[in-house]
Unconditional design. Structure first.
Ligand code: TRP
Length: 446
């Protein structure tokens, strides 16, 4: 297939689309809860280090492949491999990535469905006057109700697949970018409010004073996986966006801007959530329900609480929407490449993801105690193995392809960072990102 001629209309449009993919549940829901489960500051420190040493350079690697190939991920990989005289089997990396985000989307949709439930509850004022314990109990009751969970999961996935089918993601992205600053502002207000509570000082200490003795291979593996997850790297999903990059735009600058934004959203959410946790004597290691229990409690204390809380869940939903579109895109693009029309491809992906997602829905009720693999139930399995193992593995192969396989001239041009910038990037990928990912993966898996 030939090069695509389509381009993002402006440089900003590209940055905004990548930010839309990056900022989502990973920042506001997943980051606080796995940080809570992994002892706080140590996890945060490792995660930041991995964002810098692996996330950023690999994000550049992934996007530059798309930019150089100017085709869908599988086709770009195959085409560039051919150009370099390497095996065309590299294109299967695109399929592996699509499979990874496919698994991720299955639980992502379920958890985004929780936001729908909470949005409705917030609008109804259901949290007014409720204590942290009561809100926790209500949440547990909701999780134990497969009917309501299924409804929300179905609704969210339909919202996603409709946008994907219509191919109007850019419209949604624009809306998202209009409203994202508002989400940011709300998180700032929340963190500011957190600073006035008794929980603020213990929260900061817990988040920023690492106990290095707590570093284990498994904590490292999880921190690495989260760095990939939050930046949307390692599954060729950003590669697709790179194909539409304009000729003259600095990839490194764009990627740094996105990463800074992404990490600050997570930090603000973390500060807000853990202040409430410590002020209310909750358990930081509470698990996937952490954000859903603490934020309603935090907002309940603020003047105009229900209104702010409704707005917050609305914005969160919008942020997860643009992320889930990015998650669905690789699989749909591949089916399209195999001859399906876009609408049919979106329908097929939607139905299969929905069915897989049902296993996650039931993991909070009838399947809670089932041990499918490695002692985990289906939700625990899809929400840990694809982000923590598949994404780093995909990222590793993407990095090897960009830094070792592609002809130097091609990758230098696609990075567009000047000869010195290119040398620094390639040295970092070759001698830091690739070996480090390999070591952490092996250490964590053995
Ligand atoms: N980064 C998103 C989040 O933090 C999730 C996401 C979107 C993603 N697209 C991706 C993760 C591609 C991995 C690969 O919520």
């Amino acid at each position: 297939m030939n090069e695509t001629l389509e381009r993002w209309s402006t440089r900003r449009a590209f940055i905004l689309a990548v930010t839309g993919a990056a900022v989502g549940l990973g920042n506001i829901w997943r980051f606080p809860y796995i940080t809570g489960e992994n002892g706080g500051a140590v996890f945060l420190l490792l995660y930041m280090a991995f964002v810098l040493l692996l996330g950023l350079p690999m994000m550049m690697a992934e996007i530059l492949i798309g930019r150089a190939g100017r085709r869908s991920p599988m086709q770009s990989l195959g085409y560039l491999a051919g150009q370099a005289g390497a095996s065309r089997h590299w294109r299967w990396l695109g399929l592996f990535g699509a499979f990874t985000v496919f698994c991720i989307l299955s639980f992502y949709s379920v958890v985004s469905g929780w936001s729908i439930e909470f949005l409705v509850a917030a609008v109804n004022g259901d949290f007014v006057g409720r204590s942290a314990t009561e809100i926790g109990a209500d949440f547990d009751a909701f999780l134990a109700d497969p009917g309501r969970m299924t409804f929300n999961h179905t609704l969210f996935l339909m919202m996603t697949m409709l946008v994907v089918a219509a191919g109007v993601a850019k419209g949604l992205e624009r809306l998202n970018n209009l409203l994202m600053p508002l989400l940011y502002l709300l998180l700032l207000v929340l963190a500011g409010y957190a600073a006035t509570t008794d929980g603020f000082a213990p929260a900061l200490a817990w988040l920023f004073l690492p106990d290095l003795a707590a570093v284990t291979p498994l904590v490292m593996l999880q921190a690495m996986g989260h760095a990939f997850f939050t930046l949307a790297v390692g599954a060729c999903a950003l590669m697709a966006y790179g194909a539409y990059m304009p000729e003259h735009q600095s990839l490194s600058r764009a990627v740094v801007a996105v990463a800074v934004l992404d990490v600050t959203v997570a930090l603000l959410a973390g500060i807000a959530i853990f202040s409430v946790v410590f002020a209310q004597g909750l358990d930081p290691g509470e698990g996937p329900g952490l954000m859903f229990v603490t934020l309603p409690v935090a907002f309940a204390d603020l003047p105009g609480g229900p209104l702010w809380l409704s707005l917050f869940f609305l914005l969160l939903l919008l942020a997860t929407w643009t992320s889930s579109i990015n998650l669905a895109e690789p699989m749909v693009a591949i089916l399209q490449g195999w001859g399906l029309r876009r609408k049919a491809a979106a329908a097929v992906v939607g139905v299969v993801v929905w069915a897989l997602g049902m296993l996650s829905v039931l993991s909070f009720s009838s399947l809670a105690e089932s041990r499918v693999l490695f002692g985990m139930n289906p939700f625990e399995l899809v929400s840990s193995i694809p982000p923590e193992v598949f994404l780093p593995l995909g990222g590793l192969l993407i990095a090897i392809f960009a830094a070792w396989v592609m002809p130097e001239e091609t990758s230098r041009r696609a990075l567009d960072a000047g000869p010195n910038g290119f040398r620094v990037w390639r040295a970092l990928v070759r001698w830091v990102s690739i070996p480090l990912t390999l070591i952490v993966l092996l250490a964590g898996l053995i």
